[in-house]
Design a protein around this ligand. Structure first.
Ligand code: GLN
Length: 312
């Protein structure tokens, strides 16, 4: 790690500089449980390999992780299935919206990647098939709790209920894939698990800590616990870079240059291999459903800290 960087100084500077942008963009409206989020809330936190958190803003404000949960479910699916997972889901950028159905028909029910909703449904299905009594959802929650070191992390029942009530698009994606025999388990079980996983509630501090194993070749650098093999953590990072921001993944790579995964709750988890794990949060979104100010904050941070995987 560069010895001369003052993380706290950089992060506080970024937080100051994005303040005037807070409120731009639009808070997710597709479920009432998210529509009430305060567009002025903001957090930016870096957990370095020594486990220390450097942050500014609402670090301990719980928010809905939404699609960031896909990262943890994918980790479990790769543990269970290894390379066989790629028989059922691709690993190419989709270039279309996170909940798009159009591409699925041309490609015979095989989603482009594990981070669009269709792909995440397949990943969840794969984890259900491989789960013992504990179940896929408990498996994912357990992973996030262990990786974050926080037992406070939970599934928000109101958000889960709202996802279920308003999840018509996801229901159609799942049924469509079932018609191609891509989904193995009962569609309602897969959907229920998916709706609950989207309702994962964490704080920026917890998420940033939970991502640390991906910055350290799959092993928690503080406890030494291995969460995944090095060959998998590198590939999860590659997928985040190529697909983590849906049809704005290219723009994110161009502006930030770090693997990242966004969620419509306004969180973005970014990995700086060998350095740390970074979480930005602000609920107002850009047109692709990624945090507008969160992206701006990460862009400023990456530039000021010189943290960009394309730079030496
Ligand atoms: N719950 C959202 C959905 O399924 C998750 C999407 C996201 O965070 N991009 O549509």
């Amino acid at each position: 790690m560069p010895a001369n960087l003052d993380w706290d100084d950089i992060i506080h500077g970024v937080a100051r500089d994005v303040k005037s942008h807070l409120g731009k963009g639009e808070v997710a409206q597709y479920i009432p449980a998210l529509a009430n989020a305060d567009p002025h809330s903001f957090a930016l936190v870096l957990t370095t390999l020594d486990g220390k958190a450097h942050g500014a803003g609402d670090l301990d404000l719980p928010f809905s992780a939404q699609s960031i949960s896909k990262l943890f479910m994918l980790t479990l699916a790769l543990e269970a299935w290894g390379g066989d997972l790629w028989k059922r889901v691709g690993r190419e950028p989709s270039g279309s919206a996170f909940n798009s159905i159009a591409q699925l028909e041309y490609e015979e029910g095989i989603p482009r990647n594990p981070f669009i909703n269709a792909g995440a449904l397949v990943v969840t299905d794969a984890v259900i098939s491989a789960s013992s009594d504990e179940g896929a959802l408990a498996g994912m929650l357990g992973l996030v709790r262990r990786a974050s070191g926080s037992s406070r992390v939970r599934i928000d029942p109101d958000v889960a209920e709202s996802e279920k009530l308003w999840g018509h698009r996801n229901k159609s994606l799942a049924h469509f894939m079932k018609s191609f025999h891509i989904i193995e388990n009962d569609v309602d079980e897969v959907l229920d698990t998916y709706f609950c996983q989207c309702a994962l509630e964490t704080t920026a501090r917890e998420l940033s800590r939970a991502g640390l194993f991906l910055a350290a070749d799959g092993r928690d650098p503080v406890s030494g616990k291995r969460f995944t093999e090095v060959g998998r953590s590198t590939r999860i990072n590659a997928l985040m870079m190529m697909c983590g921001h849906y049809d704005m993944s290219g723009d994110f790579a161009y502006r930030v240059g770090l693997p990242g995964k966004s969620g419509v709750g306004g969180g973005i988890l970014c990995i700086i291999p060998g350095v740390g794990s970074l979480c930005a949060f602000s609920p107002a979104l850009n047109r692709s459903g990624n945090s507008l100010v969160g992206t701006r904050a990460l862009e400023l941070f990456a530039r000021r800290a010189g943290m960009n995987v394309f730079r030496r």
